[in-house]
Design a protein around this ligand. Structure first.
Ligand code: SF4
Length: 220
């Protein structure tokens, strides 16, 4: 059924107003160009040994998702499952994030872009050190430059530290926005890491509020 027939059918059963969510899409040539740039960027550091995290990784875990996304989600570093599969946020925390994307923003995971401040798994999932974050950040900075999002949503304090270049108390600053130091037009929204919410389910309410704020910033 075409769009016009669908509208007529809806009117016939009593619908008077329709609210349509914006699709996060742009022309395919823009998408192709960004994908090509990302691919060549990923190739440039696939064998990176710039910090000790290369020693125990299975593979470098690149960012993943829609290169035209108006939001880039940034986590800390790959965990066990991510290291195995070579994709960010595929474990339990990733499933929680996907659920919230759908519930609050009405978005599928494939419509957004997700990455990490460190691209290799720290042994036993320890927090990356400030030196490791500093060594890896230029790769994320380049990804952000290619994607050119409106908003960077930092998931957890480590992501915030990498993106903003300073350590902030996440329980106090979550839900707040800061200018991205490399492009002041881009807003950085800080929130909890999904893994923290799985350990502290009461924080789910705060995370939902932060996703509502993100929806507003994106004009969804
Ligand atoms: S974490 Fe980043 S800087 Fe360190 S080895 Fe992996 S890709 Fe290189």
């Amino acid at each position: 059924m075409g769009a016009e027939e669908t509208l007529k059918a809806l009117q016939a059963i009593g619908f008077r107003e329709l609210y349509l969510r914006k699709k996060l899409s742009t022309p395919s040539e823009v998408s192709d160009e960004k994908s090509a740039k990302l691919e060549s960027h990923f190739k440039s550091f696939a064998n990176c040994t710039n910090c000790p995290l290369h020693e125990q990784r299975t593979q470098v875990v690149f960012g993943d998702g829609n290169p035209n996304s108006p939001v880039v989600f940034v986590g800390e570093a790959p965990g066990e499952e991510e290291d195995k599969q070579g994709k960010p946020f595929v474990g339990r925390a990733g499933k929680y994030l996907n659920k919230k994307l759908k519930e609050v923003l009405g978005l599928e995971r494939e419509e957004v872009y997700i990455s990490n401040v460190c691209k290799c798994r720290p042994p036993a999932n320890r927090k990356p050190t400030p030196k490791e974050i500093k060594a890896c950040f230029p790769y994320l900075r380049k990804e952000i430059e290619i994607i050119s999002p409106k908003v960077i949503c930092c998931l957890g304090a480590t992501a915030g530290e990498g993106v903003l270049g300073k350590s902030l108390p996440i329980t106090r600053v979550r839900g707040q926005t800061f200018p991205y130091p490399y492009n002041y037009k881009v807003k950085v929204l800080l929130t909890y890491h999904p893994a923290y919410i799985l350990r502290n389910p009461r924080a789910d309410k705060d995370f939902t509020q932060d996703m509502e704020k993100l929806a507003q910033l994106l004009g969804l």
